[in-house]
Design a binder for this molecule. Structure first.
Ligand SMILES: Nc1ncnc2c1ncn2[C@@H]1O[C@H](COP(=O)(O)OP(=O)(O)OP(=O)(O)O)[C@@H](O)[C@H]1O
Length: 798
C-alpha cells in the first residue's frame, strides 16, 4: 500500500466511524419513534373522548380525534424520514464516496471535495465530509480533467484550477482501488464497472458519469431536452440520474410523483425501478403509453396492444388487407393527420356534430336535433368545449323543469306504492339527510310522506340522466371520429383543404377502420387520434401537477402521440431519449419520418436543447465494431475500449441442428458464469416455439408482452421486448434471411437493436437457405464463423 492509499484509507476509516456513530444514534431514535407509534396506535381510543350526544360534544369528539391522528401521522413522518436516512447511511458506510477533487479557486486555498451518493457533515456540523454528487461543485468532477476549470453555483461562476481528480472503488469500508485520472472520467474505473456481469436490475452510474451525460442530467433550462444516442450510450442511465438530480436540486418544490417516466413495457419498468432507491430517492411515476391510453379510453372499447400491432406488421404480410392497414398505421402517425383532425374539429364547430337524444322513461325528452340546433345557435366564437358546457347547463335547466312537472304524473303514485322495504328505508334516510335541520318527523303525516316519497322517486329517475348530461354524454364522440371514415370523401375534402394528400389506400383504410370501430375494437393506431379528437371536443383534462415527463425509447412514438402528450402535460418539461437506428414499430415509414424528428417542431428552438451521445458503453469493442456495421452512419459510434471475444455465427443445416447448437452454447455460457443470457427471437410466435424446442433440462424463461419482472437466468424473448434492456450474452435465434429471420430492409433496425443488447458476448445462429443480408458485406470482417457449413464468401448461401 503506498502512502496515498494509506492516507485515504485512514480517512475512510474516520468517515466510517462517524457514520457508525450517526447510525447508532439514528437507530435508537427510530426505535423510540416506533415504540411511540405502536403505543399511540394501541391506546388511540383511550386518548380520545367520544361523545355524540349533541353538536358541542360531537365537535369536541372530532377535535380530539383529529389531534390524536395528527400526533400519529407526525410520528409516522419522522419515522419514515429517519428510516430513509438510515438506509442512505448504511449505503455510505459500505462505500462512502467514489471520487475526490482538489479545487483551487483563484486566490483561495485548495478545497478538497469528496463525492458520494449523499452529503455528510462532521459531528460539529461545520465541515462536509462527503458532498452529494448532485451538489454544484461536483460538476467539476464530471466535466473537467485536471487543469483550469469553472463551475456554476447559485452565487455565480467560480473559476480556478482542478489540481487533482481521484477515483475510488470502496467496498465494505475498504479501498479496493484508487486512481488519479487525467481524462474526464478515467478509463480504469469504467473498465472495471462495465466489465462486471450484469444484473437483473439497472445500476446507478454516479461514479462514472461522462461529460455529455452530465449535460443531460443537470439541464434545467430547456423545455424540451432531446437526447439522441447510440445503442448503449447511457440514455436511460442518464435519464434516471437526471430524475435523482432534479429531486435534489428542487427539494421541497418538486416531488417524485410530479415526474413521469414513460417506458416501453412493464418489464423495462421493473428493470429500471431500482436505480432511484439505490440513490436514496423515491421512484418517479412509471407507466407505459399503452397503459395511459387504456385509462383514458375507459371501457367503451377494446384497445389493441402495440405489440400485437407490431406482431401483425411483422407476420401478416400475406393476409388480405395488410397493405391498407399498414398504410393506415403510417398515416395515422403523422403530423398531417393531426392537421387533418384539427381541420375536422373546426368544421365540427360549425356543423355536423352528432348528438344523442335525451330520453325520460323511454320517451325522447330532448331530441338530438333539438340539442344540435341549440348548440349551433350559440355564438360560434365560443370554443366547442365551452359551447358544450352551455348546452349542458341548458339541458340541466330543462331537466329541472321536467322533474317538477313529473311529480304530478300518475306513475309516481304507483311507484311509491310499490317501493320495497329496502328502498323505502333508503328514501327515508335520504329525506332525513336532506332535511337535517328540521326536527319534524315527516313520516307521521300520511300525505306529507307520500309527497316526499314522490319527490324521492322522481329524483332517483332523473339522477342518472343529469349525471350523463354533466358528463356530456349527449355528444356522440364516437360518431365524430367515425365521420372521417364512414364516407371516404369527408377526409378527402379536408385533406384537399389543407393541401396534404391522403394515402392511396384511403378507401380501404376507411372500410377497415369503420368496421373495427363498429365492433368497438380500437386499433392501436386509432387510439391516440381518437382520444385527441374527443378530448378536444369535450375539453382536455390536462395534468397540471406533473412537472417533468421523461420518454424513453422516444423513437417509437408517433408525431401524433407527441402532439397528444404535449396537450396532456401542458406545464411539463419533456426529456425525450431515443435512437433512430432502433426504431421498432409498425408506423415508421421507410423515409425515417418518425415522431422523434417531429417532436422538435412542437417546441420553440430557443427552449430546446439537443444532446448527441456517440460513445457506446454497453458492449465490448468487438461487439460495437460489428454492430456499428449494421446501420448506415454507424461508423460514428465510438466503442468504449473494452476487450472481449468477437461475435460468432453458427450455421446449421436445419432447425433441429440449430437448436442443438444453441443449447450447447447456452450450457457453455452458463458454465462460464454469465448471469443474464437471452435467446432473442424475431417474434412472439417464434419465441414460444423456440422456448419449447430449447427447454429440455435447461431452465428457460419465456418473456411475453405482459411479463412484469426482469430476473437473472436464461430468457427467450421476442426482439421488440428486448428493447432497452441488456444481457451478459445474447444469442440471436435466427440470423437467416428467411421469413422468421431478418431478410427485409425494414428489419435492419430490428436486427441492430437485437445485436446491441449484448454486453460481453454475441452469438448468431442461422438455419435455412440464406444468411441475413445484413451479415454480408462490410460486417463480414467483424464476426467469426463457427463450423464449416459456409466459409466461402461471397455467395453466403447456407
Ligand atoms: N457513464 C457510465 N458509467 C458506467 N456505465 C455506464 C455509463 N453510461 C452507460 N453505462 C452503462 O452502459 C449500459 C447501457 O446504458 P443504457 O441502457 O442507459 O443505454 P441506452 O443508451 O439507454 O441504451 P439503448 O438505447 O441501447 O437501450 C448500461 O449497463 C449502463 O450501466
Amino acid at each position: 500500500m503506498n502512502l496515498d492509499h494509506k492516507l485515504e484509507q485512514d480517512r475512510v476509516d474516520m468517515v466510517v466511524k462517524q457514520i457508525n456513530t450517526r447510525i447508532d444514534a439514528l437507530s435508537q431514535q427510530t426505535a423510540e419513534t416506533r415504540d411511540e407509534m405502536v403505543d399511540i396506535r394501541k391506546n388511540f381510543w383511550d386518548e380520545v373522548t367520544v361523545n355524540f350526544e349533541d353538536s358541542v360534544e360531537m365537535a369536541e369528539t372530532y377535535a380530539s380525534l383529529k389531534q390524536q391522528a395528527e400526533i400519529l401521522s407526525e410520528r409516522e413522518r419522522t419515522h419514515l424520514q429517519a428510516a430513509r436516512q438510515l438506509k442512505t447511511l448504511k449505503k455510505l458506510k459500505s462505500s462512502p464516496y467514489f471520487g475526490r477533487i482538489d479545487f483551487q479557486e483563484e486566490g483561495a486555498p485548495v478545497d478538497r471535495v469528496y463525492l458520494g451518493i449523499a452529503s455528510l457533515r462532521d459531528s460539529s456540523d461545520e465541515r462536509y465530509l462527503i458532498y452529494d454528487w448532485r451538489a454544484p461543485i461536483a460538476s467539476l468532477y464530471y466535466d473537467y480533467p485536471p487543469g483550469p476549470a469553472k463551475v456554476q453555483t447559485p452565487m455565480g461562476t467560480i473559476s480556478g484550477e482542478l489540481k487533482l481528480k481521484r477515483q475510488f472503488v470502496i467496498r465494505d469500508g475498504h479501498i479496493r482501488s484508487l486512481f488519479d485520472t487525467g481524462v474526464t472520467i478515467g478509463d480504469e474505473l469504467l473498465q472495471e464497472v462495465l466489465g462486471r456481469q450484469s444484473d437483473a436490475a439497472m445500476k446507478s452510474i454516479v461514479g462514472t458519469i461522462q461529460r455529455e451525460q452530465n449535460r443531460i442530467i443537470r439541464d434545467e433550462r430547456s423545455r424540451l431536452l432531446l437526447v439522441q444516442g447510440a445503442a448503449g450510450s447511457g440514455k436511460t442511465s442518464a435519464a434516471l440520474q437526471r430524475v435523482a438530480y432534479l429531486l435534489y436540486r428542487f427539494r421541497g418544490i418538486l416531488s417524485a410523483d410530479q415526474i413521469v417516466l414513460f417506458s416501453p413495457n412493464p418489464m423495462f419498468n421493473s428493470y429500471v425501478s431500482t436505480v432511484l432507491p439505490e440513490l436514496g430517492e423515491e421512484n418517479m411515476q412509471q407507466t407505459t403509453f399503452q397503459e395511459y391510453l387504456a385509462i383514458r379510453l375507459g371501457k367503451s372499447f377494446k384497445l389493441e396492444n402495440p405489440y400485437v400491432q407490431l406482431e401483425y406488421a411483422l407476420t401478416a404480410e400475406n393476409e388480405p388487407g395488410y397493405e391498407a392497414r399498414m398504410a393506415g398505421i403510417r398515416y395515422k402517425a403523422t403530423t398531417d393527420f393531426v392537421t387533418l383532425i384539427d381541420r375536422h374539429l373546426s368544421v365540427l364547430g360549425k356543423e355536423g356534430m352528432k348528438f344523442r337524444d335525451i330520453a325520460y322513461r323511454d320517451d325522447v325528452f330532448v331530441s338530438a336535433a333539438q340539442i344540435q340546433a341549440f348548440f349551433y345557435a350559440l355564438d360560434g366564437s365560443i370554443s366547442v368545449p365551452n359551447r358544450l358546457r352551455l348546452t349542458a347547463e341548458w339541458l340541466l335547466s330543462l331537466l329541472k323543469e321536467r322533474q317538477k312537472s313529473a311529480l304530478g304524473e300518475a306513475w309516481v303514485d304507483e311507484a311509491v306504492e310499490l317501493l320495497d322495504k329496502e328502498t323505502y328505508l333508503k328514501a327515508y334516510q335520504s329525506i332525513r339527510r336532506q332535511n337535517r335541520k328540521s326536527r319534524e318527523d315527516f313520516f307521521d303525516d300520511f300525505d306529507r310522506e307520500r309527497e316526499l316519497l314522490g319527490q324521492y322517486v322522481v329524483q332517483e329517475q332523473f339522477k342518472p340522466i343529469r349525471a350523463r348530461v354533466r358528463k356530456l354524454a349527449f355528444v356522440d364522440l364516437r360518431a365524430a371520429y367515425m365521420k372521417l371514415f364512414r364516407d371516404p370523401s369527408v377526409a378527402a375534402g379536408l385533406a384537399a383543404s389543407i393541401g396534404k394528400p391522403l394515402p392511396v389506400e384511403w378507401e380501404d383504410i376507411c372500410k377497415q377502420t369503420s368496421e373495427r370501430l363498429g365492433n368497438r375494437l380500437m386499433a392501436y393506431e386509432d387510439a391516440t387520434p381518437f382520444l385527441y379528437l374527443i378530448e378536444r371536443i369535450r375539453g382536455f383534462q390536462t395534468n397540471t401537477s406533473v412537472r417533468h415527463v421523461l420518454i424513453d425509447e422516444a423513437q417509437d412514438y408517433t408525431a401524433f402521440q407527441f402532439a397528444y402528450l404535449k396537450r396532456l402535460f401542458p406545464f411539463s418539461r419533456v426529456t425525450a431519449l431515443g435512437d433512430l437506428n432502433q426504431s421498432i414499430n409498425a408506423h415508421t415509414a421507410a423515409d425515417e419520418s418518425t415522431g422523434f424528428t417531429a417532436l422538435a417542431a412542437l417546441y420553440p428552438p430557443e427552449e430546446t436543447e439537443t444532446v448527441v451521445l456517440k460513445q457506446s458503453y454497453r458492449s465490448t469493442r468487438p461487439i460495437v465494431e460489428f454492430t456499428s456495421r449494421l446501420i448506415p452512419g454507424g461508423k460514428d459510434i465510438q466503442p468504449f475500449n473494452r476487450d472481449g471475444s468477437r461475435p460468432s455465427l453458427t450455421a446449421a443445416a436445419d432447425e433441429a441442428a440449430l437448436n442443438v447448437s444453441i443449447r450447447d452454447r447456452l450450457k457453455l455460457l452458463q458454465a462460464k458464469g454469465n448471469r443474464t443470457i437471452a435467446v432473442i427471437c424475431n417474434t412472439a410466435a417464434q419465441s414460444a416455439a423456440a422456448h419449447e424446442a430449447l427447454r429440455g433440462d435447461l431452465k428457460l424463461r419465456l418473456i411475453e408482452k405482459e411479463t412484469a419482472s426482469f430476473e437473472p437466468g436464461i430468457v427467450v424473448i421476442p426482439s421488440y421486448l428486448a428493447k432497452g434492456v441488456e444481457f451478459d450474452a445474447v444469442l440471436v435465434y435466427d440470423a437467416s434471411a428467411g421469413s422468421s429471420g431478418y431478410g427485409k430492409e425494414s428489419e435492419r433496425r430490428l436486427f441492430y437493436t437485437v445485436c446491441t443488447r449484448a454486453m460481453h458476448e454475441l452469438h448468431l445462429f442461422a438455419a435455412g437457405e440464406k444468411l441475413s443480408p445484413f451479415l454480408i458485406g462490410e460486417a463480414e470482417a467483424f464476426y467469426d464463423v463457427q463450423g464449416t457449413q459456409y466459409n466461402a464468401p461471397p455467395a453466403r448461401t447456407l
